[in-house]
Design a binder for this molecule. Structure first.
Ligand code: FAD
Ligand code: NAD
Length: 446
């Protein structure tokens, strides 16, 4: 049987594009379909626009302490409308260059919503295309709580479309998105109330990261409500009235952000027509080679709910194209995937948390420090830096590294290479640092 494509990819996000780019290197006929903006979440409404907002917010934070460094009369006027417009222009420019580069590789790009007709056929509008192999890379979407008045709340997607900053913002969910937006919005002067089901923010991270970031946010005036969720939203003439769980107290705000996680975008994709099964939570069921329950169909990225991060999505895309078209199957190693929370204070981690390590190893040693960074010592701000190495006591191998503080993401990124390679605490001690930096403190931990 002949097909229109050797490989057809549904979804042009980080995962789908990486798969396309790798597949064309084998001289294959590759097509990709996108129902929204090419490039997916990361470049259009995720990591990239978010990082621009982090940079904008940093000016506000630096301005607050500039007088400690001899600066007078720092201008304090921030024009969100002008700024967010520039962000969208920058995104459009990046998207254009992204599209041109992809087109140049010979990948055919189609616009529209794809649904499966059968295991080799996909329908896009009224057109049917056939492919030998198909990759599902449809990503995820924010979960909206099912509570009365939920229609008045927004998700991270709409945060990038705000025409003006709210005066009062409530954020439900203290994970990556809730913490990052509470940090950015607080820097712009927005009154932020953050809440989470759990006692501490950032579930899944090492305990010292959770408490370190939480106390850093609270010192900056963010109000945190632990073991709390939203039960009801009502629109009043004073704003949005949010009823909290527990004692059913209410708070009134201008904007409510739901940031309680994301779910795979697998509904209405016709997966049942193709024999592709999903898990209870809607993720496409895959094996370690990203194969679905149908032989010729694969799934990668956020829609598989493995580790929903851009670099992982990209790596899965590359690996699956190699598995499909190279002679050997490529199994991705999910150990030591670093990640960061771009809040202020910033936090980053790689490898095992102290709690995880203690579950797995008989003897675990933690080497930890907490100090005031050089930059902060000239100011009256009380930001604290925390660094921690989790070490297997019997082999001296470093199992995890965790940091809260300036440049945590970049520092942990570099340590990730060494830790993945099996570096020991002795190797850290034997390495000479760069002075004066924050990172050098990882090399002198007691
Ligand atoms: C606010 C926010 C900030 C983030 N920040 C970071 C960060 O700093 N670092 C990081 O590593 N990760 C971050 N992430 C996560 C990261 O964006 C995702 O892990 C990554 O984009 C996943 O890529 P993907 O290709 O799996 O999915 P996506 O990028 O979501 O791409 C899926 C694409 O498929 C398309 N699609 C869906 N269904 C169909 C269909 N039926 N037909 C055609 N097209 C379809 C969608 O329109 C979408 O464009 C962030 C996410 C959010 C929401
Ligand atoms: N810097 C980054 O790499 C980055 C940034 C943003 C998003 N992301 C990715 O996007 C994904 C989604 O982010 P997210 O922040 O929406 O999810 P998340 O899973 O990181 O956090 C969700 C939080 O909401 C809480 N929660 C769940 N239900 C709740 C409820 N009903 N009431 C109150 N709290 C509730 C959870 O305890 C958790 O702390 C992340 O898992 C991450 O992979 C990454």
């Amino acid at each position: 049987m002949t097909f229109d494509y050797d490989l057809f990819v549904i979804g042009s996000g980080s995962a789908g594009i990486a798969a396309c780019k790798q597949a064309v290197t084998y001289g294959k006929r590759v097509g990709v379909v996108e129902q929204e903006d090419f490039g997916g979440t990361c470049i259009n409404r995720g990591c990239i626009p978010k990082k621009f907002i982090v940079y904008a917010a940093d000016f506000a934070l630096q301005n607050q302490v500039a007088s400690s460094y001899g600066w007078d009369n720092i201008q304090g006027n921030f024009d969100w409308g002008r700024f967010i417009q520039s962000v969208h222009q920058q995104i459009a420019k990046r998207q254009q260059s992204y599209l041109q580069k992809l087109q140049a590789t010979g990948v055919e790009m189609l616009q529209g919503k794809a649904t499966f007709v059968d295991a080799h056929t996909v329908e896009i509008s009224d057109r049917k295309i056939t492919a030998d192999k198909i990759i599902i890379a449809v990503g995820g979407e924010a979960i909206k709580l099912d509570i009365p008045g939920a229609e008045y709340a927004i998700t991270s997607r709409e945060m990038f479309l705000l025409e003006q900053l709210p005066k009062r913002l409530a954020i439900v969910g203290g994970g990556y998105i809730g913490v990052e937006f509470s940090s950015m919005m607080n820097a712009f002067g927005v009154e932020v109330t953050l809440m989470d089901n759990d006692e501490l923010i950032l579930s899944g991270f090492d305990g010292d990261i959770r408490s370190g970031v939480q106390s850093g946010l609270m010192k900056r005036g963010i109000k945190f409500l632990g073991k709390t969720t939203a039960e009801e939203i009502e629109k009043t003439d004073r704003g949005l009235q949010l009823t909290l769980s527990g004692d059913r107290k209410t708070i009134t705000v201008d904007t409510i952000l739901f940031a309680t996680g994301r779910s795979p975008k697998t509904k209405n994709l016709g997966l049942e027509n193709a024999g592709v099964e999903i898990t209870e939570k809607g993720a496409v069921q895959v094996d370690e080679y990203s194969r679905t329950t149908q032989d010729n169909i694969f799934a990668i990225g956020d829609c598989t709910s493995r580790i929903p991060l851009t670099p992982v999505a990209r790596a899965e895309g590359k690996a699956v194209a190699k598995t499909i078209f190279d002679s050997s199957s490529v199994k991705l190693d999910y150990n030591c995937v670093p990640s960061a929370v771009f809040a202020r204070p910033e936090a980053a981690s790689v490898g095992m948390s102290e709690a995880k390590a203690k579950e797995k190893f008989a003897s675990v040693q933690c080497h930890r420090t907490e100090f005031e960074a050089l930059f902060e010592s000239m100011t009256e701000r009380e930001d604290c830096t925390m660094m921690k190495l989790v070490v297997d006591g019997s082999s001296d191998r470093v199992l995890g590294a965790h940091m809260v503080g300036e440049r945590a993401a970049d520092i942990i990124q570099s340590l990730a290479v060494a830790i993945k390679k099996g570096i020991t605490k002795h190797d850290f001690d034997a390495t000479i640092g760069i002075h004066p930096t924050t990172g050098e403190e990882f090399l002198v931990l007691d």
